[in-house]
Structures are given as structure tokens and as C-alpha cells.
Design a protein around this ligand. Sequence first.
Ligand code: TUI
Length: 311
Amino acid sequence: METRVTKLLGISCPIIQGGMAWVAEHHLAAAVSEAGGLGLIGGANAPGEVVRQEIRKAKQLTDKPFGVNVMLMSPYAEEVAKVVVEEGISVVTTGAGNPERYMDAWKRAGIKVIPVVASVALARRMEKYGADAVVAEGYESGGHIGEQTTMTLVPQVADAVSIPVIAAGGIGDGRGVAASFMLGAEAVQIGTRFVVSKEAVVHENYKQRIIKAKDIDSAVTGRSHGHPVRCLRNKMTREYVKLEQEGKTFEELEYLTLGALRKAVQEGDVDLGTVMAGQVAGMITKEQTCKEIIGEMMDQAFELMGRGMLR
Ligand code: TUI
């Protein structure tokens, strides 16, 4: 399937992997790119040199294009912003903030810049600053989220900008891909389903928590201090939400989440760790290779769109 996004990125399937903290490392990024999508290395809270090594390892696993996600709330965002230029990365996505201050340097280096946005206002602003596309990410997503649902955000962003829109949040199979295209998107970003891929170096407990999750099993922590994060309900989220209701400040709550994502992803502590996942967790039933995931999603999307719903 060819769209402005596949042409822009030089990929064969309009599927971009989410730049998930701790999960989006070189094995996953390379596997998604090898399967025809765009793999991403998640900069997350890692120092520039760690991201540089991840980039170099991914280059050894694939000749296909892959990108880097720069998490703008990271204390190392500036370092990572330089590393992507030095390492000749061709596409950067950004999350959890406004990347304006880096965009000039990235554009001068010929990097395609795709900010993740959660509002029409930021999408418009990013287009003005030279973004090549935007990811419109809805509230159904895992991790740091905005307030708009994917169903409402994607068409409003698509109406507001001329650059291509990539839909994210709540897309777990080919039905979601087809629906996204109907909302005006020209590609999708997939996170949670790739967490449960064979190539994702993620603790088995984490993958099993997603596989066993039901539709209502995620919770949003951090609303009270303006940094809402969606993860699967557990001892940590129950304690967090209880303390938030008691009026505790961000600083008082921080101890609960410091290192908690690593604890879940690497050590498999899915009770006290942060198990970030989107609302699609309830429809993910098995571990598959990235190639199987992309193949299945595209086949199902094609079948649905071929029924005359889109073309
Ligand atoms: O960035 C994400 N998802 C993430 S980042 C992350 S790491 C983290 N861990 C703990 C706490 C916080 C972060 C885990 N998941 N998605 C992209 C995204 N960006 N979603 C929403 C936004 C966003 C929200 C507000 C982007 C910009 C924004 O406003 C910027 C502005 O200045 O208007």
C-alpha cells in the first residue's frame, strides 16, 4: 500500500512502531523495519551515548530505514537531538512535548521530522515549523497521553493540516488500520501489539499481563499533576491513584514510578512496576513475530477496504 507516508519514509507498509521507553530497543526497531514498517529506537530517558550505541546495533541488524523517538521530557533530550544528526538518522519522531527548538537543526541535516501531537493546535504549529508529517495520538494509547480520543483527534488534525497524518492510539489490528485510513490517516503507529512480539526484549511477565488483559484493565495515573500515563492496573496504580486522591504532590508520588517501567520491562515486576500499555491490550491474544503482526494487520485492512468501504 502506497501513501504519502510510505513514500516519505521509503517503507513498504504504512506501519510505524511506537518509540516506547525501554521496549523500543534495537532488536524491535530492526525487526519492524525488516518486516516493511518503520522501526524506531526509543530515546526515552537514556543518555545520548546509550542511544548512539542502540542506533549502531540496529544498523548492524538492518539496511532498511529506521528512526529514533526523542522523548522531550527527558533530561537528555538535547544530547539525543544531537546524536541523531551525528549518526545520520533519516527520521525522528518526538513525544511528550514541543520539539520546535530542535527542528531547524534536524531539517538542515535532512532529517524527516514527525512530531507526535495530542491536539490540533500543536499539529498546526508543527506544520508551520516544517514538520514532514504528524502522528495524531489519542487517549487510548499507552504511556503519556493527551485528552482527545483517536476517533475525534485524527479527522480534526487531518482537516487542519496539509502534511500527512499518522493515527495512533487504539489500533491493534487491521480493523483499526482500515478505520484510521477512513478518518484521514495515511499510516498508523502501533505500540502495544509490538510489545507482545517475539523480537521485543521484554520480560515474559509483561507480555503475559498484556495477553491476559481485558478491555477495562488499564488505568491513568498522574492526572492530578498534568502528566497522565496509561498503564495496566496493579498494586502500583492503585496506590498511586489513592495517594493522588489524597492530594499528594508530584514530588511525593515520584518514588512510586522512579525506575518502575524498567522494573516491569526488564525484571518482570508487574505488581509494583509500571506496565504501560494501551486500551488495545484487551484484544491482544498471542505473541507473534513483527512480520506476522504487520502481515496480518495489512491483510485484514486490505480485505476490509476492498469491501468498498474506502475504495
Ligand atoms: O510521548 C508519548 N508517550 C510516552 S513518553 C513516555 S516516557 C514517560 N514516562 C513517564 C512519565 C512521562 C513520560 C511514555 N509514553 N506519546 C506522545 C505524546 N505526546 N502523547 C501526548 C503528547 C504530547 C502532550 C502534550 C505532546 C505535546 C504536548 O504539549 C506540548 C506543548 O507544549 O503544547
